[in-house]
Ligand binder design. Structure first.
Ligand SMILES: [Zn+2]
Length: 233
């Protein structure tokens, strides 16, 4: 086999190997870090804190209203209990009861408002938990597909690496060096196939002499435009 053909085959192997490695990295990232799952978990955390805060506000509102109610009940039982007969004292008690009633009204409104806020926060929290469960189910499904693809690609990668070593073993060191250097400079593509007398990588048209030379075994012809090794069969 000519070295040009071996290089061409090595290039095909490496191109596919690059694709496989890129896809394997993508799969690895998806398996470790799923943006939809992270967003759904954050949503649950946010709605958890909102619910906790709303419940705390409600407890405070309940306590405030409750302590005012106890004061009012005490004042009313003193007023209507029949134990106090002094008119001045009764009058004071009456205005105290009236004042306590005025103070209680906004506290009870606040309590009702806080109850509604808790209901809303609980609903939102339940919704975000349901959404998370749905995302988790989808991710488990996706991950099992991804794991299947990963295992197929890992087998292919191992096969390509074996193919690669078989090819490189037959190449002289300086040829391999030339190939690797070109791969680094030319975004992974060192060898281009000639199609209809043009370089398959950059589209540059070859002179008849170059096209002829590319067909001959035993020498490397570089594309005059992109510098890649051109291979023709
Ligand atoms: Zn070219």
């Amino acid at each position: 086999m000519s070295h040009a053909l071996t290089l061409y085959r090595l290039q095909q192997t490496d191109t596919r190997l690059d694709q496989v490695q890129t896809r394997l990295r993508e799969i690895g990232n998806s398996l470790e870090n799923n943006p939809a799952l992270r967003a759904a978990r954050e949503q649950v955390q946010t709605s958890d804190s909102a619910r906790t805060q709303a419940e705390k506000t409600l407890r405070e509102a309940e306590l405030n209203a409750q302590s005012k109610r106890i004061k009012l009940e005490t004042a009313e039982s003193n007023l209507y209990g029949g134990r106090i007969h002094n008119p001045k004292e009764l009058q004071d008690l009456q205005s105290n009861v009236a004042a306590l009633k005025r103070q209680l009204a906004p506290l009870e409104d606040g309590q009702l408002e806080a109850m509604l806020a808790v209901e809303t926060a609980q609903e939102k929290n339940a919704q975000s938990q349901a959404a998370l469960r749905q995302v988790e189910a989808t991710v488990i499904n996706q991950n099992s597909l991804l794991k299947g693809e990963k295992s197929t690609l890992e087998h292919e990668r191992d096969r390509l690496i074996a193919e690669r070593s078989a090819n490189t073993a037959t190449l002289p060191a300086d040829t391999l060096q030339l190939y690797e250097t070109l791969r680094q400079k030319k975004r992974g593509l060192a060898v281009a196939r000639v199609t209809e007398n043009t370089c398959g990588a950059c589209g540059n048209e070859l002179t008849p002499t170059q096209a002829q030379a590319a067909r001959q075994a035993g020498q490397f012809v570089h594309c005059a435009s992109c510098g890649r090794i051109i291979f023709s069969n």
